[in-house]
Ligand binder design. Structure first.
Ligand code: AMP
Ligand code: MG
Length: 395
């Protein structure tokens, strides 16, 4: 049995980001940039006004000064030259006209018969956004491995970047197994349970970024499982839920073997999720997740998502754990790193405090509904007191 960190290292070992493609920025949200992106232009690209008002020569302006209005400059429109004794009406974003060196804001003016009367002084440069004060052409906007978040997209778009290179989106095939599985919306049947893992795994991997290919649910039958696995091996990642234990109806491991998937490990020192299986066939990464819903969630968060991030080319591929404290004593059980279903509530200092729910267990999806994720009690830690610092898996 592997420790969590050792198992994760084995999963990540040797994964290379997928081949890159050029994509328009409009399709790049959440993708990972593969090469440095540089500003194509200065930002602002020219001196422009931050205010609606009048472009003036600062030396001309004092309370009571009268200036002849010689034009009306809109953002993106034509310009004029501002001579001594004149002013040009100007709207936010328009280029500062030749001759002007300050903006008299509209609130400090009164207009009468083609003349503007100032009611305030303006120092030189007032309300002018200078060319290049934000960025210079050539400045680095994103580095390889950066995820294209909304703030980064805004920077790239405004600096004139229209396309980026990014590793292609990984294809993740998802198969759920089990004779007992009922699809959502079906009437309840004796001995059957509602299938939830495909929804949960899809939600988790889609939030990171993958093309999910759903396969029809597979009965607990060797041939059916083998055929489904063979079809599912066409992508970058195959996730199979259920059937990876040692029962007489668990056909997933033999099916992996029959399809030529090489086992890297089976079983991890975690609770829930111990019978997790990982292997590879060629470049395809293959995960067998235990079917218990909490095991599937923990396995996805701790192994599938890091592998996915790695294929996507992300710089930081580690599970997204945050630090927090236990609200009450808790600890690992069965000498395994234990994921305790917890409410995570910030205290007065903003520290996230984990309050484990009374119900704990890999099947306790009801308890999961009251929680915000898990507090992680490492396998070697022994009982932990209230206030102990722990890592949290926030969902
Ligand atoms: P298994 O890993 O196939 O032995 O399944 C372990 C437990 O998880 C059993 O109680 C299954 O009924 C349940 N289970 C398996 N697959 C799913 C699924 N897709 N959705 C919800 N529960 C499942
Ligand atoms: Mg099963």
């Amino acid at each position: 049995m592997k420790d969590l960190a050792e198992a994760l290292a084995l999963v990540l070992e040797g994964i290379e980001p997928l081949e890159t493609e050029t994509i328009p920025l409009t399709e790049a949200r959440g993708r990972v940039i593969a090469s440095e992106a540089h500003a194509a232009i200065d930002l602002p690209p020219f001196d422009r006004t931050a205010m609606d008002g009048f472009a003036v020569r600062a030396a001309d302006v004092a309370p009571g000064a009268e200036l002849r209005v010689i034009g009306d400059l809109a953002a993106g429109g034509a310009t004029v030259a501002v001579e001594p004794g004149t002013a040009a009406r100007i709207s936010t974003g328009a280029a500062i006209p030749e001759g002007a060196d300050a903006i008299l804001k509209v609130e400090d003016t009164e207009v009468r018969n083609g003349t503007v009367i100032a009611s305030a002084d303006v120092p030189e440069g007032l309300h002018i956004r200078r060319r290049g004060e934000d960025l210079h052409a050539g400045d680095v906007l994103a580095r390889p491995g950066d995820v294209l978040t909304v703030p980064r997209l805004s920077a790239l778009a405004s600096a004139g970047v229209a396309h980026v290179r990014a590793p292609r989106l990984p294809r993740l095939d998802l198969i759920v197994t089990g004779n007992e599985l009922l699809p959502a919306g079906a009437p309840p049947e004796p001995g059957k349970i509602y299938e939830s893992n495909s929804l949960v795994v899809t939600s988790m991997v889609s939030a990171v970024g993958a093309n999910v290919v759903h396969h029809p649910p597979v009965a607990d039958d060797f041939d059916a499982t083998r055929e489904a696995v063979e079809r599912g091996l066409a992508g970058d990642i195959l996730v199979v839920s259920g059937g990876v234990s040692v029962g007489p109806h668990d056909h997933v491991k033999p099916a992996f073997e029959a399809c030529g998937v090489d086992e890297v490990f089976w079983r991890v020192r975690i609770k829930p999720g111990k019978p997790l299986w990982f292997g590879r066939r060629g470049k395809t990464l293959v995960f067998g997740l235990p079917g218990n819903p909490l095991s599937a969630i923990v396995g996805t968060a701790m192994f599938v998502l890091p592998a996915l991030r790695s294929l996507r080319g992300e710089a930081d591929v580690q599970p997204r754990l945050v630090k927090g404290r236990l609200g009450e004593p808790a600890g690992p059980s069965d000498h395994r790193t234990t994921f305790l279903i917890s409410k995570l509530v910030p205290d007065a200092d903003g520290v996230l405090v984990a309050w484990p729910t009374e119900r704990q267990g890999s099947h306790m999806t009801g308890a999961l509904g009251e929680s915000d994720g898990f507090a992680i009690a490492p396998h070697g830690s022994g009982p932990l007191p209230a206030g102990a610092e722990v890592e949290l898996l926030r969902l």
